[in-house]
Design a binder for this molecule. Structure first.
Ligand code: ARG
Length: 574
């Protein structure tokens, strides 16, 4: 049992002892939820705010705190002290060290795993790239936040479905085919891939400015795709394959996978049902020739369902997609990891689903995130100021390699480790901010081996591994754990962070915030390094060595798991 749980139980038992007549006392689990960490460590390790009991006990918090302190008999867990309306606890360091280490080492890298999600399904819509465009860093956050959340939910026992809702529908594809027919040829598209498609698309816009008639041709080609014209469809399918081949390399580098690639075009034949239903439920109104769902009462502009020319829109496809996902996966929650600019779109779509009578609409969540800039510069596809993700990742690996060559010239397998470190640096940078904040990618920060960075945490993990190798070679076996050797401040600070790790994972899941895990592994790495510098892990008294090695192993296991949960590899040597 972890310390917070045993402390909560002890508090619960003490309340019962102090107030045997009282009713409606929160149980140990409820009490655990009330426990706080005092702002100042001088005050204690945990605090219980007694005002949580004043209602059921009809008494002021300071009175309760005083009475509970007098009744407290759980010295083996913690010492209790009343401070105003709070009951402050100072953990028994020996007991705390033993309990925490035992819990972590028993579970190993499964420490914190849970089954609270058993029987529940979470759909995650992430990455969701657009066809015929290069994968640029604007799509990094959705990819990595979604990937991390999927791992987090998996770890908590949920069934997860990762969906890449491809942007593979829209008039731009008609324009692209039109441009290809006019100025392109098979060979150069095969060779140039997405770059060649982009070139054709840009040319289309330039020429259309002088020759607006081209726009009609582009639309006509799109109509052909929609109507299932063989030539149009086969060209379009080919463009799509080219893009997916291009992006597969990026996903491979990042280690990101999906369970489904059902994108916008997948819903082409599934929108009729949505339209019929909207009509039947009398939700459609015509406004300037277009069909919309009025959302005035909700203080939102109307949700566009059909354009004047009868073609469907982004929102129409999202309605069909949500219904399809509910029918297919029976999700308990459907997460959309998409930039905050699409906030209105999702509020509209979710509201329309609600108006259609789908109670599950409240389980759809827009997991929004902020913008990314590069070395202080805003990025814009329109201005041609883009950073291609594959280039960035390759550059990161190269830079990591040259740092490693300098720092550890004798390391085996340098290329593979440089790959893990370079990619880890980029992913860490992306997931270190709380997701809604805008973030600026900077090389000096991402690859700073001494700062708060992916390489720093990875390096700490490798340091733990190396120590454990040495310990093993020296025949150290951690069979007995003597907490009295881990009473110092550094060990205790590290143990506290380790013991909280399971709660951090749950918080991260509840708030859809991988950055909480990034924070936790960074704190653990820093605490470990402090411990490492203050103590000679492998020297001295045999029992003390055992205890310190056990703590090292616990730190390594938790760091490895934490990195995994945010999608970063943990090399054993660096
Ligand atoms: N392809 C869109 C974009 O790049 C994101 C799609 C998000 N998912 C969704 N179901 N709308 O902006």
């Amino acid at each position: 049992m972890d310390t917070m749980t045993s402390l909560s139980r002890a508090i619960y038992e003490t309340i019962l002892l102090a107030y045997p007549e009282a009713k409606d006392i929160p149980d140990a689990k409820g009490i655990r939820g009330f426990l706080e960490v005092p702002p100042n460590p001088e005050m204690g390790d945990y605090a219980f705010p007694c005002f949580r009991l004043s209602k059921v006990l009809h008494m002021g918090p300071p009175m309760i705190a005083k009475k509970l302190t007098e009744t407290w008999e759980k010295g083996e867990i913690a010492a209790a002290e009343a401070a105003g309306g709070y009951l402050n606890f100072r953990l028994n360091r020996v007991n705390f060290a033993e309990k925490t280490l035992q819990a972590v080492l028993e579970a190993g890298s499964d420490f914190g795993r849970g089954d609270e999600g058993k029987g529940k399904t979470v759909c995650l819509d992430y990455s969701s790239i657009n066809i015929a465009k290069r994968f640029h860093i604007g799509h990094l956050s959705t990819t990595m936040i979604g990937h991390s959340l999927k791992r987090i939910y998996d770890f908590l026992g949920y069934e997860t479905v990762g969906i890449n809702h491809l942007g593979d529908w829209g008039t731009q594809f008609g324009k692209m085919i039109c441009a290809y027919k006019l100025w392109g040829d098979r060979e150069s598209v095969e060779k140039g891939g997405v770059d060649e498609l982009t070139r054709l698309y840009v040319r289309f816009h330039q020429e259309a400015e002088m020759n607006p008639e081209l726009e009609d041709q582009g639309r006509a080609w799109f109509k052909k795709i929609e109507d299932g014209d063989e030539e149009a469809l086969s060209i379009f399918k080919w463009f799509k394959e080219l893009t997916l081949k291009d992006t597969a390399r990026v996903y491979e580098l990042l280690g990101v996978t999906f369970d489904s690639y059902a994108g916008e075009s997948f819903y082409n034949d599934k929108m009729g049902r949505v339209l019929d239903e909207l009509k039947e439920k009398q939700l459609l109104t015509v406004s300037e020739g277009a069909s919309v769902v009025d959302l005035t009462d909700d203080g939102m502009p109307p949700c566009l369902i059909l354009k004047k020319d009868g073609t469907t829109l982004y929102a129409t496809r999202d309605l069909a997609a949500a219904i399809y996902r509910q029918d297919t996966y029976h999700f308990d929650r459907c997460l959309y990891v998409v930039a905050y600019q699409q906030d209105l779109h999702f509020r509209q779509v979710f509201r329309v689903l609600e108006k259609m009578g789908y109670a599950w609409a409240k389980n759809c969540v827009h997991v929004a995130f902020g913008m990314i800039s590069y070395e202080g510069e805003a990025l814009s596809t329109r201005k041609g100021n883009v950073v291609i993700l594959e280039d960035l990742l390759n550059q990161a690996v190269e830079k990591a390699l040259s740092i490693i060559q300098e720092k550890s010239p004798n390391l085996e397998n340098k290329e593979e480790i440089a790959r893990q470190v370079g990619i880890g640096a980029v992913v860490y940078a992306d997931l270190s901010n709380s997701r809604i904040k805008d973030m600026d990618f900077r090389w000096d920060r991402a690859l700073n081996f001494d700062g708060e960075s992916g390489p720093y945490v990875q390096y700490t993990h490798a340091r733990c591994c190396s120590l454990l190798r040495k310990a093993e070679a020296a025949g150290v076996v951690c069979d007995e754990l003597h907490g009295e050797h881990l009473q110092d401040d550094e060990a205790q600070a590290l143990l506290r962070l380790l013991s909280r790790f399971p709660d951090v994972i749950r918080d991260a899941a509840d708030k859809y915030e991988p950055s909480m895990i990034t924070r936790a592994v960074t704190d653990i790495a820093q605490a470990y390094n402090k411990f490492y510098y203050e103590h000679r892990i492998l020297d001295g008294d045999a029992a003390a060595v055992k205890a310190r090695v056990a703590l090292t192993r616990a730190a390594r296991d938790v760091i490895a798991r934490g990195l995994y949960l945010i999608g970063i590899d943990a090399p054993e040597k660096m």
